[in-house]
Design a binder for this molecule. Sequence first.
Ligand code: AMP
Length: 544
Amino acid sequence: MQGMMMNMPLSVIEILRFGAQAFADEGIVSVRCEGDIHRETYAEAYARSGQLAHALKGLGIGIGDRVATLAWNGYRHFELYYAISGMGAVCHTINPRLSAEQMVYIIRHAEDRVICTDLTFVPVLESLAAELPQDLKIVVMTDRAHMPDSALDLLCYEDLLAPQPTEYDWPTLPEDTAAGLCYTSGTTGNPKGALYSHRSTVLHALFLAVSVPRSVYEGARVLPVVPMFHVNSWGLPYAGPLTGTSLIMPGPSLDGASVYDLMEQEKVTASWGVPTVWLGLQGEITKRGALPKSLDQLVIGGSAAPRSMIEFFEEKGVDVCHAWGMTEMSPIGTQCQLPKHMQSLPRKEQIDAKTLQGRRMFGVDLKICDEDGTRLPQDGTAVGELFVRGNAVVSGYFNNEEASQAALDAEGWFGTGDVACITPDGFLSIQDRSKDLIKSGGEWISSIDLENLAMAHPKVANCAVIAIPHPKWDERPIIVVVPQDAGDPPQLDEIHALMDGHMAKWQFPDALELVDALPMTATGKVSKLTLRRQFDGYVLPDAG
Ligand code: AMP
C-alpha cells in the first residue's frame, strides 16, 4: 500500500530559502581575494542567488548544463552553489591544485559552458587558454574596479548581477536531478566525477546536522578550512543555512596565523579541515600561548588525525571530532563524537576512542570484506576492504562507463579502497589503503601516474612510488627505482623533468631511492605493502 503524503521533491535552493527566512541574523563572512572582509546575511545571499540565476540564464545556461567554479571559500562561491543548482544546472567545482593537464581534462569532460573564477586563478586560465573550448565563457568573481587586464574575454560577476531582479522562479525539479559535480583522483588515468543530486545533497546536509550538533546550530560560527572546491566543503555550505550556522569563509590564506586571526576576530566556534591545516594552527597556538577564544570544536578528516594532535586540542578544552568519508560519499561517512556512556571515561580512554574514525552517520552503512568479497565480522580484529552504501553515496561516475562498472560490488555496495576494521560497537578504524594513491595535505597523488611517467626514462628498468609518512603533509611520495645500469642511475631531477606538465609540481616525488629489485606479489605485481615495510622508518630529506 502506498503512503498518502505529498511527493514534494527535495531541492537545494529550498535550504537557502529556508535559511533566509528562519535565520535573519546569520550569514556569511568572507575574506575576499580583493583583500577586505565582506559580510552578507542568508537573505542577501538568497536574493543575490536569484540575480545570479537570471544572469546565468542570460549567458545561455539551462537545465542540466554544467557551470564550473574555480574559487576559494567565499560568498560568491556560495551564491554560485545555490543559483546553479537552483536553476537546474550543475555546479562543477574545480580543484585549482590539479595539474594543468587534469584541469583541462575535467573542463572538457564535464563540458562546462561557463567557468566562474576568483581573481587568483585568472592567470591559470590564461595559461590554459589554447586548450580550453572556444565557446567557454569566463566570469571573474569580482567587481568592475578589480577586473584584471587580460587577453582573455572576461565577464564581470558584479556587472552581470547588478541589473537583474532578485526574484527568480526556481523550477520544480525531480529530486534526483543532478545538482553538483566534483572530480576525484582515479588510481590511474583521469579524474572521475561524482555527480550529486538534489536529493543526496539535501539528505547529506540533514544527516550532518543531526550527527555533528556541536558544530552546527543556530548562532554557531563555523570556519570551513576544507575547500568548497573539494567535496562541497564537507557539506557545510548546505548545513549552514539549514541550521542557522554562520559560515566564516577564509578565502585564500590558510596558514596557521591567518586562520588563528580569523578565528579570533570572528569568534569562530568550530572549524573543519584536514590535519595539515591544524598542524599550522597548533604552531600558532603554541607561539601565542592561547587558543582563539571562542573555539569549541575541530572536525578533523581527510586523513587520519594524529593522536598527538587530538591530545593537543583536547587538553586545551577543544572538542576534537575525527571524521571519515570520501568524495563519493558527499563526503561524510563516520564521525567520532563520543556517545554519552563514553564521555565519563578517563581522558586517556576518550582519546584512544577519538583516534578511531568514529561511527556511521545515519544514512550510511558499512561492511568489511575479504578479497573474495566475503563479509568479515565487525569484531575489532578482522581487517578487510571497506564497502559503503547509503542515500548520499555514488552509484557510478559521470560519463565514465568503465569506472562505473568497477564502482559497486555484487551486492551493490561501493568499494572505498580503504582497508579497515570495525569494532563491535561500530567504531571504524582505518588501517591502510588498497587504492594506489597518496594523500598529501588533503590532496591526492596517483602513484601509478608517477610511475608511468618515470618509466619513460631510459635509465629506469622498473620503479614504484610509495607514500612515506610526513609530519606536515601526512604523506609524501618517494620513487624507488631499479636502474638499467647500477653504475649510471637516473637522478631525481631527470625524473621530475618527465613529470613536468603532466603532474602538478607538489605531486612530484620528494626523493629517489635505488634498489636492485622490487618485491613482487604472487600475481607478478609490485608488492607495495612489502616495499612500504622495507622503507619503514625512512626519513624524507625535509622531514628530519
Ligand atoms: P576524498 O575523496 O579526497 O575526500 O578522500 C577520501 C579518502 O581519504 C578516504 O577514502 C580515505 O582514504 C581518506 N580519509 C578520509 N578521512 C580519513 C580519516 N579520518 N582517516 C584516514 N583516512 C581518511
